[in-house]
Design a protein around this ligand. Structure first.
Ligand code: HEM
Length: 378
């Protein structure tokens, strides 16, 4: 297997809107290669779409970061806030939580939320119309829409958003120190713990109250785990979607022909959302896995227990798009296309899949909210 030395991995972008070019070279020349980081750590990098799909679906690859050989990205990587949570365990402990949350992430539930989400969008647009130009789309629309939606779904008062919005940024920022991440997690955790106590005393019609009633009160879950799950939903639910709205808008402004076509023919929005997800692939961090047994990926043999080869990294950003790629020439062409993207993860193991975003419960693999308006629901 060919070796590549990465002075920095993930590689740095030269343009904030395009994946680093190094990845396109790797994908073309050595789709499965051994990489060495500047730190001296080694790992396997998988970049070809079919290989990534197969690998993310492979139960012989573990997401458990307590396993020896887990490919931490940074030297001296500290205990991540996700350690021990359902996102970093395999098998039944993972499925148990997915099952617990499933009810609130169906296409039907997204459809029910639709009226509420439309009202939030209208509200934001109305507020924008009354303000002086230029406007900051991210502040005025991209953040408030998912933030208010996830608050509504969970039962978190939106007026308390400062607690989670600023701390979320500190949590996901690769440059944050261990102390900054710990302080941010502690602040949101403390806030949510108080909220869970409030829901115990006075339940409402929301996801936290449901979990308190169905899972905590019946002893099926510990309070600490419940608070952590809510924290993951709150963090995972707004930053991703906000970034997607911002970058998706920017991409369309750069592709005027497709934008005009969408304005003329709104039915094309459905495939266009898929295409924008592929084109942006905003979850840029590679997904880390450890091989539990010897296996083959893309014709390359990966051995479990081998100090270096037992590490495994799939890079989503590379898989979906190269740095010179543009949105498909005509949105019309998208109508029947398969956009071949791993932007929300991928897995055939429906609906309790490992490696696939919780917010994509629809069998087709699209985001649930995108499907709620589509033929899949009707
Ligand atoms: C454009 C929007 C979104 C994108 C691109 C996205 C992308 C992803 C990706 C790539 C993963 C796999 C991460 C990994 O396993 O390391 C993931 C997992 C997850 N996402 Fe999303 N996501 C989005 C929106 C949301 C929303 C709205 C929510 C919740 C309200 C959410 C909740 C989750 C959760 C809980 C997981 C972990 C699933 C598991 O481990 O079983 N995501 N998402």
């Amino acid at each position: 297997m060919i070796e590549r030395i990465f002075a920095q991995f993930p590689a740095q972008r030269r343009c904030p809107f395009h994946p680093p070019e190094e990845y396109a070279h790797v994908q073309r020349d050595q789709p499965v290669c051994r990489i060495r980081l500047a730190s001296g750590r080694e790992a396997i990098l998988v970049t070809r779409y079919d290989d990534v799909r197969a690998a993310l679906d492979d139960k012989r690859l573990s997401a458990d970061e307590t396993r020896p050989g887990y490919p931490f990205l940074y030297e001296g990587a500290f205990e991540s806030p996700l350690k021990g949570t359902f996102m970093r365990v395999d098998g039944e402990p993972h499925v148990r939580v997915r099952r617990m949350l499933a009810k609130d992430f169906t296409v039907k539930r997204a459809q029910q939320l639709r009226v509420h989400i439309e009202a939030i969008v209208d509200d934001c647009l109305e507020a924008m119309a009354g303000r002086a130009r230029p406007l900051d789309l991210v502040q005025e629309l991209a953040f408030p829409v998912p933030s208010r939606t996830i608050c509504h779904l969970l039962g978190v008062p939106y007026r308390d958003r400062e607690v989670f919005e600023s701390n979320t940024r500190a949590m996901i920022n690769h440059r944050s120190t261990r102390e900054q991440v710990q302080a941010a997690v502690a602040a949101v955790y403390g806030y949510l713990d108080g909220l869970v106590a409030a829901k115990q005393a006075s339940p409402a019609d929301d996801l936290i109250s449901r979990l308190v009633h169905e899972e905590l009160a019946t002893g099926r879950i510990e309070r600490q785990e419940l608070v952590t799950i809510v924290l993951i939903l709150l963090v995972g639910g707004h930053e991703t979607t906000a970034t997607m709205i911002g970058l998706g808008t920017f991409a369309l402004l750069e592709h005027r022909v497709q934008l005009d076509e969408l304005v003329r023919e709104p039915a094309l929005w459905e495939p266009a959302v898929d295409e924008l997800l592929r084109h942006q692939t905003i979850a840029q961090s590679p997904m880390q896995r450890v091989a539990l047994t010897d296996l083959e990926i893309g014709g390359e043999r990966i051995r479990a227990g081998d100090r270096s080869a037992s590490m495994f990294i799939a890079t989503l950003a590379v898989t979906s798009r190269s740095s010179t790629d543009r949105i498909s020439a005509s949105a019309r062409l998208l109508r029947d296309s398969n956009s071949r993207s791993c932007s929300v993860g991928c897995s055939h193991d429906f609906p309790l899949s490992r490696s696939r975003c919780l917010a994509t419960r629809c069998r087709c693999g699209r985001p649930t909210w995108a499907c709620s308006a589509s033929r899949h629901y009707r």
